[in-house]
Ligand binder design. Structure first.
Ligand code: SF4
Ligand code: SF4
Length: 275
């Protein structure tokens, strides 16, 4: 099983464009959108036969008739998700990690668990590609449970469209990845964010390669950084207003522009060689 994660230090660098097109040239594969706060890969895929399932997290529920007010549960919760107010324990669902420890330590067996829906998992198909999308409900604090759920659907070859940036949700998405494709814009701002995401991937000892997107002219600090860190530049994709227009129309460019197909097939071949 091979998992290729596509990351970028910031939104708008072209991460979804690269992830979708890599999956499009991979033949039979699975595309997983882990960018659960803003999953837009499905706009390109327009998947068919979409099945939806609810994703939930477990929250403790307290039985007032059994609770003696010992507060063992409150002391045990290392996430400070419990408080004892008005003679009863109360949970702050936003910070509860569903670890189940409070239930284990309650001497009165006064705690059970209930499922709180926090998002949706969509699964459909676009030709040979299985398209899996995680969607976090608005207002939810953490998308990690949704990411964990969508990652369970990885196939033999999987392309992961990760959240932008370098936060916990990105770490969760790339934990089992075999290769990280770092999409960078050749600008000072793009380079700054690229370095942050590279540090995360390096910390997790991931094999990495770089796709420089929207290149007008070379950005020397980025090229120098890649050379000093022996980071292969898999492709330098020139800025092209015609391409931008087609992407705005949600076209999978590798399916309709031969040169785009060549670029992404070449990237995939290089990744295959590195693995
Ligand atoms: S540990 Fe059990 S009995 Fe003690 S306060 Fe919590 S719910 Fe009540
Ligand atoms: S399930 Fe874990 S995180 Fe949530 S309230 Fe209980 S101990 Fe705290």
């Amino acid at each position: 099983m091979k998992k290729i994660a596509v990351l970028s230090g910031k939104g708008g660098a072209g991460k979804t464009y690269v992830a979708v097109n890599l999956a499009a040239v991979a033949g039979k594969c699975t595309y997983i959108d882990c960018d659960v706060e803003e999953p837009n890969g499905r706009l390109f895929w327009k998947p068919e036969d979409v099945q939806c399932t609810t994703v939930g997290t477990l929250l403790p529920v307290f039985d007032a008739a059994k609770c003696t007010g010992c507060r063992e549960c409150v002391s045990a919760c290392r996430f400070h998700a419990l408080m004892y107010v008005k003679e009863k324990p109360m949970v702050f669902s936003e910070v509860c990690h569903s670890c189940g420890l409070c239930q284990m330590v309650c001497p009165e067996h006064a705690i059970t668990e209930s499922v709180k829906p926090i998002g949706i998992l969509e699964m459909g198909h676009h030709e040979a590609v299985t398209v899996v999308t995680g969607i976090l409900n608005p207002g939810e604090a953490s998308g990690i449970p949704v990411i964990r759920q969508v990652l369970k659907h990885a196939g033999d070859v999987t392309v992961l469209d990760c959240p932008p940036g370098s936060a916990c949700s990105v770490m969760e998405s790339i934990m089992d990845a075999d290769y990280c494709v770092l999409v960078a814009e050749p600008t000072a701002f793009g380079f700054h964010n690229f370095r942050m995401v590279y540090e995360l991937a390096s910390l997790l000892k991931k094999k990495c390669g770089v796709v420089v997107n929207k290149q007008t002219e070379g950005y020397a600090p980025l090229e120098q950084f890649c050379s000093e860190n022996r980071l292969p530049v898999l492709a330098r994709i020139p800025y092209d207003p015609m391409l931008a227009e087609r992407l705005a129309g949600n076209e999978i460019t590798a399916e309709c522009i031969p040169e785009q197909r060549r670029i992404f097939s070449d990237i995939l071949e290089q990744i295959g060689g590195a693995l």
